[in-house]
Design a protein around this ligand. Sequence first.
Ligand SMILES: Nc1ncnc2c1ncn2[C@@H]1O[C@H](COP(=O)(O)OP(=O)(O)OP(=O)(O)O)[C@@H](O)[C@H]1O
Length: 250
Amino acid sequence: MENEQPVISIKGLYKSFGDLDVLKGVDFTLLKGENVAVLGRSGSGKSVLIKIIIGLLKPDRGEVIVLGQQIDKLAGKELDALRLRIGFSFQAGALYDSMDIYHNLSFPLTMNNRKLGKKDIDAAVEEALEAVGLKEKMNQLPTDLSGGQRKRIGIARALILKPEIMLYDEPTSGLDPITSTEINALIMQVQQRYNTSSIIITHDLTCAKNTGNRIAMLLDGKFQATGSFEEVFGSKDKQVESFYEYNFID
Ligand SMILES: Nc1ncnc2c1ncn2[C@@H]1O[C@H](COP(=O)(O)OP(=O)(O)OP(=O)(O)O)[C@@H](O)[C@H]1O
């Protein structure tokens, strides 16, 4: 990876809710230009980790550095500015159903840069749609699209601000295997075209295998197994083995 430069660095992160200890000493690094697939059972704390990374939740203890800044020390405009450098692709695509695709994509641009002219906005929307292969859908409503197309548009909307980090939350959930394969390929294209560093949260082992340069497995509040897909799933750890047994893979 490029100079092994970390874009996210987490050390000794703890987070509890009352008696529920969710994160119990998480250490994690995301390097510039790499894709890390985060696997973990439901309720293992993947979303809590993402919320801490984007400053929506505060850690109880530990250090979380995102793009060179200690995220829990930021607030207001500084936090907003850092968040603009991070793109999110949510499970459901989170599109505005009453707006056509053009306005779904131009909205984050105009919200964050009021000086942009129509020509620049049109060019940015076109580029993002072209990157996800859906230029022809510009004037349609999200409800006219398939689940896979909505996920693509969600990714295009995240890309329009040219983020340095992409966070994908269950990018293949609810999709058939062929559409999932297309989304996995798109995640790889985005990495190359935009030189993003990405965290891909998934239960889908095929997605993890095909999109992750590294796999990180969240077990019992910590990353207990990290490495290439083969390293993680070749390990003799009982919890890793049982995760593998209960999840389908091609
Ligand atoms: N704000 C909160 N207050 C109290 N408990 C919370 C809060 N946020 C998360 N939790 C709890 O923390 C645990 C981890 O939740 P989290 O949403 O991170 O799981 P997850 O790994 O993302 O699960 P899934 O794969 O099902 O999305 C759960 O038991 C959840 O109920």
